[in-house]
Design a protein around this ligand. Structure first.
Ligand code: GTR
Length: 432
């Protein structure tokens, strides 16, 4: 079996990104990863060490969470007081009769014409109530996750696509099912999971000025004239905030088990899932699929996408303060292993793809590994290995990891591991 080390070796090269505005080079050579020292997750600013889980929850966790809010993702507001929910549709015989399909409008200011998200929920008809849930954002609208003709076409802004699936920044009928390979909805239902999703652009369109048409403006008293402070929320924090609002709905739907919600995401949405899981303890399990820089990968390795690169290409994703660390990763008061540690004692799964060197698979593995001391405070087993496993060989217990063969994507192989992981930790009968 080919290991990631050999894959990296085979691809060892330095690429200069030109025309993109960044001056730095992209490193894919393991031997050129600089030496670095990771912040110790158990060390408090006064020099004392956290020795047990109580001290972690009382001091370590709030302190670490605050550092991530201030320096990386930015501070988000809580649940808006006037928020309301409206059932837009409910079909008790969806997908050939095996599921209930609900479409829920979550109105952040209580008004239908105000900022909102549209949540699509499939609930398996014959699974014992309440049902555990997989919750995740989608990239191209709810109608893209399945060919089901009953899914309402997302109306929010979307980047145009030359295949006719998005025209004049609006999704068309042609986009139905376009991302279905990334969504194992039928399999989830068969295994007794509900699936809930919404379009991330409902919260904020994903471009530098997108915030003006998203919740970051709508919930601010100055609207699109808002001037953000350097520690205010960026787009990833806003998307994560949306996941928490979807959780608010799940808590009030009696068919769904709010105590068994898996928050998951791929790539930039994996970054959002990690931040949602780190900051909102209602999420029982967190899954990061190929989340890379600003997600599960250690920033200090500067392998593949770097802090400077991501802040240049996506200036809206993180808070203003994060830009201080462009080319200056060693000054970051945290690194991403501590983001994973914030999820403790809840189970977390980090996944990489062998050809996805941009996301730094080894950096994702090492972040998972270096979160272990916090899980150990809870006497919980982490990865159970010291070296990166071969491809397609999942490892771990409360912290799990795999590197799949293939590209940056979310595949049936990934889903199979996530279902098993959730079944194990939720004490569901394992069928395979
Ligand atoms: C890339 C970005 C990554 C990752 C990816 C994705 O362009 O550099 O950080 O988020 O997009 O979301 O697919």
């Amino acid at each position: 079996m080919k290991t990631i080390a050999s894959a990296i070796h085979a691809c060892a090269l330095i690429v200069t990104l030109s025309g993109l505005g960044a001056t730095s080079e992209v490193n894919y050579d393991e031997s050129k990863v600089p030496g670095y020292v990771l912040p110790d997750p158990l060390l408090l600013p006064n020099g004392s060490r956290i020795e047990n889980s109580r001290a972690w929850l009382k001091h370590g966790r709030p302190h670490t969470l605050d550092l991530f809010a201030e320096h990386v993702y930015g501070r988000s507001p809580g649940r808006p007081a006037g928020m309301r929910f409206k059932t837009l549709s409910e079909d008790k015989n969806a997908l050939g009769g095996k599921a209930i399909r609900k479409q829920i409008l979550i109105m952040f200011t209580g008004q239908e014409d105000g900022p909102s998200l549209e949540l699509l929920v499939y609930i398996p008809k014959n699974a014992p109530r309440p049902v555990p849930v997989f919750l995740g954002l989608n990239f191209y609208g709810n109608q893209s996750v399945h060919t089901d003709p009953g899914i309402r076409i997302t109306r929010s802004w979307m980047r145009d696509s030359n295949d006719g699936s998005v025209v004049n920044n609006r999704a068309t009928e042609k986009s139905r099912g376009l991302q279905a390979t990334r969504w194992a909805i039928d399999k989830a239902l068969e295994r007794g999971f509900a699936v809930a999703t919404f379009y991330y652009g409902d919260i904020e369109p994903d471009h530098a000025d997108g915030w003006k048409k998203g919740v970051r403006a709508a919930l601010s008293k100055n609207g699109s004239a808002t001037v953000f402070k350097p520690g205010d929320w960026g787009a990833i924090a806003a998307w994560a905030w949306g996941l928490s609002r979807a959780m608010d709905y799940i808590e009030r739907d009696r068919a769904l088990d709010a105590k068994r919600v898996v928050v998951f995401g791929h790539s930039r949405q994996g970054k959002a899932a990690l931040w949602a899981g780190a900051s909102d303890r209602r999420f029982a399990i967190v899954i990061s699929n190929d989340s890379g820089c600003g997600g599960a990968a250690l920033s200090r390795r500067r392998f593949g996408e770097t802090v400077e690169r991501i802040n240049t290409s996506f200036p809206h994703w993180f808070c203003g303060n994060f830009k201080k660390y462009n080319g200056n990763e060693d000054a970051l008061p945290v690194d991403q292993h501590q983001l994973i540690a914030l999820i403790a004692p809840r189970p977390v799964y980090v996944a990489s793809a062998q050809e996805d060197l941009w996301a730094d698979p080894k950096g994702e593995f090492l972040a998972a590994k270096h979160a272990e001391p916090v899980y150990a405070l809870f006497k919980l087993p982490g990865l159970g290995v010291t070296e990166m496993p071969p491809v397609n060989t999942p490892v771990g217990n409360c912290i799990a990891y795999h590197i799949r063969s293939g590209k940056h994507d979310i595949t049936d192989y990934d889903w199979e591991q996530y279902f098993r992981f959730a079944e194990k930790h939720f004490g569901m009968t394992q069928r395979r």
